[in-house]
Ligand binder design. Structure first.
Ligand SMILES: *Cc1c(COP(=O)(O)O)cnc(C)c1O
Length: 391
């Protein structure tokens, strides 16, 4: 039997390779490599896709989040509420602008921010809520916007894993004040390198991001603020234009893959499968199951018994299943092994093991199965039958 990879971008390239190569060669021949019509056209097309009046490209999803916080003038002394169960970039940018991340626990079912715990985390320093549509599953944006409005807070959506996902009839990235997207190759709309964008219906925010992404400059060589260099490359914009045409098809294929996993895994006892939130439509960037473990928050992850800092985490039942599965040729992934509130980098914030128990338990239990639009039925069966053998 062949190995099943967690994802396989080469298969996608086979399908669209000719168009992509032609687009890249077109940019190379044009002599216009920074800015220009490829970037502008992509910004228009992507804004229209998301359903907003403004889109500004930038160098990565991380920069999109950073620029969003800067555009809202969030900085030193401010607090931003977010989830501890996400990629580090989400919180890293809050720290980078000088503000403090305030972590709120997640919902066990969706892995997203627990809406019922949001309000208690709001203080007079809170400036924004930064929900993450994790694994492609939209956050309950009606609830988030309701709470934000009643407290006068901004909402920045981290849409890095959820391009195309919907809450009600709206695409994510069009509901909060700013949407932040990543075009990292493994995301639903991935470039052939780094890339990102912000989306907004507020032209003033868009103008400010445009200024900040280009050294804080409006008129050439006159600098109004300390900015950065964060542009979307013309080559990547040309590639993204082509891939955007296929995005809905690929997302629909991911949805079929998820449905098939759901059917096949129904026969496997002892695991918990992901469910789509009522009112939302996931785009399945990941298909993440849980392998239940008895979690006792005693030992601080990242610490040995003697108190020395270590990078080793306790081995859970999930880890044992994962290595057995690997021996059967099935590659799975763990997103994420350690929640952000217990990361060494956030030690100074003073969170203890047990302070956000739902996130901590998720870190012990989650296993992301191979998920990409082109995965075959035979491969999915290999994953599921393999898993059955390992449990
Ligand atoms: C990938 C990712 C980012 C960062 O995007 P980059 O383009 O890699 O900088 C931010 N947030 C989440 C949730 C992500 O998955």
């Amino acid at each position: 039997m062949n190995n099943v990879p967690p994802l396989d971008l080469a298969r996608q390239y086979k399908l669209i390779g000719e168009d992509v190569s032609a687009a890249v060669l077109g940019v190379l021949a044009s002599g216009r490599y920074i800015g220009g019509s490829h970037v502008e056209t992509f910004e228009q097309q992507f804004g229209a896709y998301v359903g907003v009046s403004n889109c500004v490209g930038c160098n990565s999803g991380t920069d999109a989040l950073y620029l969003a916080l800067r555009a809202l003038e969030i900085g030193s002394g401010d607090e931003v509420i977010t989830t501890p169960f996400t990629f580090i970039a989400t919180a890293e940018v809050i720290t980078a602008v000088g503000a403090t991340p305030v972590f709120v626990d997640i919902d066990a079912q969706t892995f997203n921010l627990d809406i019922n715990k949001l309000e208690a985390a709001i203080t007079n320093k809170t400036k924004a809520i930064l929900p993450v549509h994790l694994f492609g599953q939209p956050v309950d944006m009606s609830a988030v916007m309701g709470i934000a409005q009643s407290h006068g807070l901004a909402v920045i959506e981290d849409c890095a894993q959820a391009t195309g996902a919907q809450w009600g009839s709206s695409r994510v990235g069009s509901i909060g004040h700013i949407g932040c997207f990543s075009f990292f190759p493994t995301k639903n709309l991935g470039a052939c390198g780094d890339g990102g964008a912000i989306t907004t219906n507020d032209p003033a925010i868009a103008a400010k991001v445009r200024m900040l992404r280009e050294h804080g400059m409006k008129a050439r060589y006159y600098h109004e603020e300390t900015g950065i260099n964060s542009r979307l490359d013309a080559v990547q914009a040309a590639i993204l234009q082509i891939k955007l045409r296929h995005l809905d098809t690929w997302n629909a294929q991911r949805s079929s893959v998820a449905k098939r996993y759901q059917e096949l895994l129904g026969l496997v006892p002892g695991i918990v499968t992901p469910q789509e939130t009522v009112g939302g439509r996931s785009v399945w960037n990941q298909y993440t199951i849980r392998i239940p473990t008895n979690y006792v928050p005693t030992q601080e992850p990242g610490k040995e018994g003697d108190g020395k800092q270590s990078t080793s985490l306790p081995v859970t039942y999930r880890d044992q299943v994962r290595s057995k599965l690997q021996q059967l040729g099935v590659s799975s992934m763990v997103y994420y092994p350690l929640p952000l509130h217990l990361q060494p980098v956030y030690k100074h914030l003073g969170y203890q093991p047990g302070s956000l128990p739902v996130s901590e338990q998720a870190c012990y239990e989650v296993l992301a199965l191979p998920m990409f639009p082109e995965i075959s039925v035979v491969e999915q069966e290999q994953v599921v039958y393999g898993l059955k053998d390992c449990l």
